[in-house]
Design a binder for this molecule. Sequence first.
Ligand code: FA5
Length: 350
Amino acid sequence: MKEQMEKLKIQLDEELSLVNNLQELDAIRVKYLGKKGLITDLLKGMKDLSNDERKAFGALVNELKQSTADKIAQKTQELKEAEIRKEIESMPQFDVSIPTKLDRGSYHPITLVQRECERIFKSMGFTVEDYSEVVTDYECFESVNIPKNHPARDMQDTYYLENGQLLKSQTSAAQNAILKKYGDALKNDGKPIKAIFPGRCFRNEATDACHENTFFQMEGMMVDKDISISNLIYFMKTMLSEVFKKDIKVRLRPGFFPFVEPGFELDISCLICSGEGCPSCKHSGWLELCPCGMIHPQVLREGGIDPEEYTGFAFGLGLTRLAMMKYGIKDIRDLNSGSLKALAQFTDDE
Ligand code: FA5
């Protein structure tokens, strides 16, 4: 019987050396260790043995069982490792040290111009405000001196929501909140209100090369004692020369907005056609960029500020048009087009 056991060991080693995969290995396990396997078979001969011989033989069979199980476990491990190696080798090989050329995306030109303006105004002591895109009629119109049924509402064909709120048609919608937010610091600590508010505006406009239904403005306000039109002109000029890094021809003409008195239109000479006239400037050579004026006493009063004591200016810069002029974009509609070919060519100087 011992001979038979030795034979089984040799036979197992041979079979294990030939096995190539886990299925074949499992068949060997069943053949040797299964309920009807070769090692179990050995036990059948025990009935002819004496008690002592049976004990000794039983111990030998257990030893054989254990060594067979160990060999199969080791082979299982070897086969699994071989499978993993094979899978790794079949994967595409690459050199992790080679520098990659990734498409990193780029900032939208409006974002670039907005950040540039924020940087300029922050350096002049202005805070940057964030505000909602959905506002109330009071915020957008009534608080800035445009009561219900006022004809000035016709200039901004507004998207109203079913709940009575609206998509803001102008960043002036934040004026009242800004006055209320900083009014106490002005009155109690003499800290001037200096804030800008860039934001998206919506109007039901027929679109053309210089009009979109969704565009960006940047509101600016300064309120203190003795603020005059000279302060307004100084900040406008500083901002434009910083943004364009060169002298820009501007003109100031009277403009009507119910929330400023006096009110102005600040136009810049069209940089697309150098003032010759083109579709981007409606062939006038000038582009309406930044209406502005001295804040109307009623608007100050509505914001809790005494107009007898304080004065201020406000402006509503057309950020989208500024981006067009800065980057020479001829058609405003390219900016909302989502066309990466058109938009990805602008770089962040930061
Ligand atoms: C206003 O919206 C006023 N709230 C601006 C203002 C603020 C005046 C504070 C006085 C004091 P207006 O409707 O003109 O004004 O728009 C301001 C600027 O936004 C325009 O000069 C233009 O640059 C830009 N703009 C207006 N409508 C569009 C449009 N449909 N597409 C692109 N830009 C536009």
